[in-house]
Ligand binder design. Structure first.
Ligand code: HAM
Length: 426
């Protein structure tokens, strides 16, 4: 679990703004759900045999309630969708969320116990067109965030009957190798053989490599859905590959699955920047009167920030107010307040430092203007405006300060080599 200090938070804010703006253009509105939900919700929807539920949830009991700090956002959003009977209000809903999730995983690069997701959920449209549009939106999103080298893996695990057949096929394949499987996978062989495919144990992985592919058992309508999805993805020129081994680690999926992976190797095994899929049965399972199909994805914010450029031009205050005497501090506070009311970022240095020390501080903050107030200025009701971006200074009457500041901030800065060499009029 990590602290995010103000300088790093700037990158988080930019990422969130880009996300909000892009999904906003696709019609997604924000949902904010509690960090705590009943443990039962996650156990039922994510699945008892998944790593998330069996090993990673932070759960506790309080006043007879069994509660869990959310390990993901899909089940919470679906619970809210059903609880507020949103299906009765509109045929299609598009929701997004941004926030912390909690999983007690073994920490590694790109894998944390508190991490943050930006995700979208779309309710009410069963067709492959909206799957394709969402996957395309994901590609556009990471592109806008500065990720260049990535590929999207897509697969279909079919709907109910297909998955039942696939489970049988997997059980038949793994059964003769039972003794070679990890303890978890031996148990899953009986309860949920699909979960063996995302086991991280080396022996399980070796066996999984030759397991039957779900594509072999897809029902006709599932296969049609998948073919249409691929056709739309081709038309949209989405960089994708069909990955028959993609199963994802959550039990709620039906039909379409996808994962966007970076191809630079920067994140080692944690190469999925985002993942998602269709979950057409969840809303019905949660007791909705109407069965409502759904699809969604979530992006790991830490992972995206880890693989995108870090250099950022440091922003500084517009005005750094430097009172040079104790008497000037009060007037400086009043001036700063007036300038902030005009929308400018102002900082007052009331520490009683020397002029030299204050100018050094103004430069290191990246301030554009230093407003100097000494005995002379106070006596004449003026301020010395030192333009650190243009290497110029002028005396300005306090009454005209806001106008002078606005005018200065509108002027471009002059690179220091130029201003040193430039002669008047030259
Ligand atoms: P997920 O694949 O478990 O899916 O997580 C989505 C993304 O969250 C991952 O691709 C990864 O970038 C990030 N992530 C997951 N666990 C960690 C971790 N421990 N540390 C850092 N980042 C992590 C879901 O959560 C589904 N709810 C996605 C979804 C939405 N499916 C349908 N709708």
């Amino acid at each position: 679990m990590k602290d995010i200090l103000p300088e790093q938070a700037v990158r988080w804010q930019r990422l969130e703004q880009t996300f909000r703006s892009l999904v906003g253009r696709h019609g997604y509105g924000e949902v904010r759900t509690p960090l705590l939900e009943s443990t039962e919700l996650f156990v039922r929807e994510i699945g008892e045999d998944t790593d998330v539920v069996s090993k990673e949830m932070y759960s506790f009991e309080r006043h007879e309630d069994r509660l869990t700090v959310r390990p993901e956002g899909t089940a919470s959003a679906a619970r809210a969708y059903v609880q507020h009977n949103v299906a009765a209000l509109e045929p299609v809903s598009r929701w997004f969320y941004v926030g912390p999730m909690f999983r007690a995983e073994r920490p590694a690069k790109g894998r944390y116990r508190q991490f943050h997701q930006a995700g979208c959920e779309l309710y009410g449209d069963p067709g492959p067109a909206c799957d394709a549009e969402m996957i395309d939106m994901c590609a556009e999103l990471v592109g806008e965030l500065g990720v260049k080298d990535f590929i999207i893996h897509v697969n279909s695990i079919g709907s109910g009957p297909t998955r039942a057949r696939y489970r049988e096929a997997l059980a038949a394949y793994f059964e003769p190798h039972r003794a070679a499987l990890s303890e978890d996978s031996q148990r899953r062989l009986t309860t949920n053989p699909l979960r063996i495919l995302d086991s991280k144990a080396p022996g399980d992985r070796e066996l999984s490599a030759n397991a039957p592919s779900v594509v072999e058992v897809l029902a006709d309508d599932d296969a049609q859905h998948f073919a249409m999805l691929r056709r739309h993805l081709d038309a949209l020129k989405v960089p994708y590959i069909v990955d028959p081994k993609l199963v994802r680690g959550l039990d709620y999926y039906t039909r379409t699955l996808f994962e966007l992976k970076i191809t630079t190797g920067q994140l080692g095994a944690q190469d999925a920047l985002l993942g998602g899929g269709r979950y057409d049965d969840m809303i019905g399972n949660l007791g909705s009167k109407k069965a409502v199909p759904a699809i969604g994805f979530a992006m790991g914010i830490e992972r995206v920030l880890e693989v995108t450029a870090r250099e950022e031009a440091k922003l500084g205050p517009a005005c750094y107010l430097a009172p040079m005497t104790a008497e000037a501090i009060g007037p400086a506070l009043v001036l700063a307040k007036a300038l902030r009311a005009e929308g400018h970022w102002c900082e007052v240095d009331g520490r009683g430092l020397s002029l030299k020390a204050m100018l050094r501080r103004a430069n290191s903050l990246g301030a554009r203007l230093a407003l100097l107030m000494g005995t002379d200025e106070l006596a004449e009701n003026q301020v010395t405006v030192k333009d650190l971006g243009r290497h110029e200074q002028e005396r300005v009457a306090i009454g005209g300060l806001t106008v002078a500041v606005r005018a200065r901030l509108a002027m471009p800065c002059v690179p220091s080599e130029l201003s040193e060499k430039a002669s008047p009029g030259g």
